[in-house]
Design a protein around this ligand. Structure first.
Ligand code: ATP
Ligand code: MG
Length: 224
């Protein structure tokens, strides 16, 4: 399954979400590739340091994305494609190949109002592909006392995009994690709320990928 993390707006939390989703899927026992489709290449570097078992590839031009994503999609259970913050052609290629799109959106009225523009290439792809890729909006960098106002729900409904119930809260630990070569789940008790939040989010958006009883493969012990 190829999952694109896409919003043609910059700095909305795409790479943070992509790296945590790749880490969570790996933790559930799936094989995972992180396809870094941003020329800044921050997410591939981050996941390589945090979870070296996740395969990484850099695909930062539309041709490579169109040509190589399907093959990559067959090599591992999941490909998480971290989209760029501005290059529309790269996002377009990604959304023409993805099975599912996760659209992080900052939880401010201005951002939500700009959502129609930010999701234009997604709608074009859905139009061409008879509704694919299926997509959800995840509110990101949500303030503590935030309430999902009717306006925000209306904006998402108008675009025919479901909003996840779980949002990603604005927390310093998310911004600190790459500097610690880690994802929040590796940062102990000071990151426990963030770790619980991403776990809940990913179970909500990918219930079929959740493996409650997964344990790491047992290493064979020889002798007695
Ligand atoms: N939930 C959060 N709480 C606090 N800081 C966050 C959160 N999510 C992301 N950040 C920080 O906000 C900045 C932008 O996030 P990120 O790089 O994930 O966005 P992006 O959409 O990938 O950006 P770009 O479009 O430039 O690729 C980073 O400094 C990141 O550490
Ligand atoms: Mg990014």
């Amino acid at each position: 399954m190829i999952i694109a993390i896409a919003n043609s707006k910059g700095g909305v939390g795409k790479s943070t979400l992509a790296v945590h989703l790749a880490a969570w899927l790996h933790e559930q026992g799936h094989s995972v590739t992180l396809a870094d489709c941003d020329t800044q290449q921050s997410s591939s570097e981050w996941i390589r340091e945090a979870i070296p078992e996740v395969k990484t590839v850099r695909l930062d031009n539309p041709n490579d994305i169109l040509n190589e994503l399907p093959t990559l999609g067959q090599e591992t259970d999941f490909v998480i494609a971290d989209g760029p913050g501005s290059n529309t052609e790269t996002s377009r290629a990604l959304l023409l190949r993805a099975d599912f799109a996760v659209v992080p959106c900052k939880a401010s009225m201005l951002e939500v109002r700009a959502l129609a523009k930010a999701t234009e290439v997604l709608r074009q792809a859905q139009d061409i592909r008879a509704g694919a890729p299926k997509a959800v909006i995840v509110l990101s960098m949500v303030g503590k006392n935030y309430r999902l106002t009717k306006d925000m729900k209306d904006a998402a409904t108008a675009l025919n995009l479901p909003l996840t119930e779980t949002a990603m809260t604005l927390r310093q630990i998310y911004a600190d994690a790459p500097g610690q070569q880690s994802v929040v789940g590796q940062l102990g008790s000071r990151a426990s709320e963030a770790a619980a939040e991403v776990e809940q989010l990913f179970r909500e958006i990918l219930p079929e990928a959740y493996r409650p009883h997964h344990a790491a493969p047992v290493t064979q012990v020889t002798g007695s």
